[in-house]
Design a protein around this ligand. Structure first.
Ligand code: GTP
Length: 235
């Protein structure tokens, strides 16, 4: 199998690591995802990863909580997930560097763009943790920002649905599945793919996004090989 892309950004939701329980980290689920990532790595693709934190913390639970505090808690949750992914991938012999947007040097390297690119060139997977380091930004925006900074060819947006639909396919059996959308389609139709900050960042920097389901972890490999799965969002 040949890879269609040289350098990719994989965005994983935190929930993807939780397995059936829906909370925390399920080691066998993480292992399945990492096995698939390793198969992509073995093709020689340069891989960066941004992971969410929703398996530990789903953001502000009530208006009583300060939004920034809630977002900082979410950023810390992403660090837990990044370390779990690093541990699993390194257990398979894949070198990984975690970089955090908020300095915590005892745990991981701080985010330094030039160092991240160097790691990728040396065939190390780089996981960007702690979001952008700022409240009010999502991990989707982090993926878009880092993808732009490191010149990734595409964002592979792994979701718990297999594509983008015009309405929720779990609630509407007639929901229409899109195989292709423009950035403006996503914004104008209010499709719940990424938040608007993330999608406009991708549009302004011409970064295509492939949305696909992680129900089958092999989809990461299918996406890399250019198989027509999910929904492609570009120009
Ligand atoms: P090269 O410079 O290409 O050799 O990269 P390298 O990452 O192998 O070298 P470096 O000496 O920078 O790092 C060696 C190990 O220490 C790697 O596992 C890094 O992730 C880790 N490391 C580097 N800087 C920090 C840091 O500030 N904090 C923590 N916790 N680990 C770090």
């Amino acid at each position: 199998m040949k890879a269609k892309y040289e350098r990719v950004m994989i965005k994983l939701s935190g929930e993807a690591l939780a397995g059936e329980k829906g909370f925390g980290i399920n080691p066998s689920t993480v292992k399945n995802i990492c096995t698939s990532i390793k198969s992509v790595y073995d093709l020689g693709v340069e891989i960066s990863i941004v992971v969410g934190g929703g398996n530990f913390w789903r953001g502000r639970q009530s208006d009583e909580m300060d939004k920034s505090t809630a977002d900082y808690m979410g950023m810390l949750a992403t660090v837990l997930n990044a370390l779990a992914l690093q541990d699993s991938l390194e257990g398979m012999g894949v070198p990984v560097r975690v970089q955090t947007a908020i300095e915590m040097r005892e745990i991981a390297e701080p985010y330094i763009k030039r160092k991240a690119v160097r790691h990728l060139e040396k065939n190390r997977i780089v996981i960007f943790a702690a979001g952008t380091g700022n409240p009010f930004f999502t991990t989707d925006t982090t993926a878009a920002l880092r993808a732009a900074e490191i010149d990734a060819n595409i964002i592979l947006l792994a979701k718990n649905v297999d594509a983008v639909y015009d309405s929720d396919p779990n609630l509407n059996p007639d929901a229409k599945k899109y195989s292709h959308l423009s950035y403006l389609d996503v914004i104008n139709r209010g499709l719940k793919v990424m938040d608007s900050t993330a999608i406009t960042l991708c549009m302004d920097n011409h970064i295509p996004i492939l949305v696909f389901g992680l129900n089958d972890p092999q989809n990461i490999l299918r996406a890399i090989s250019g198989e027509k799965i999910g929904t492609l969002i570009n120009g």
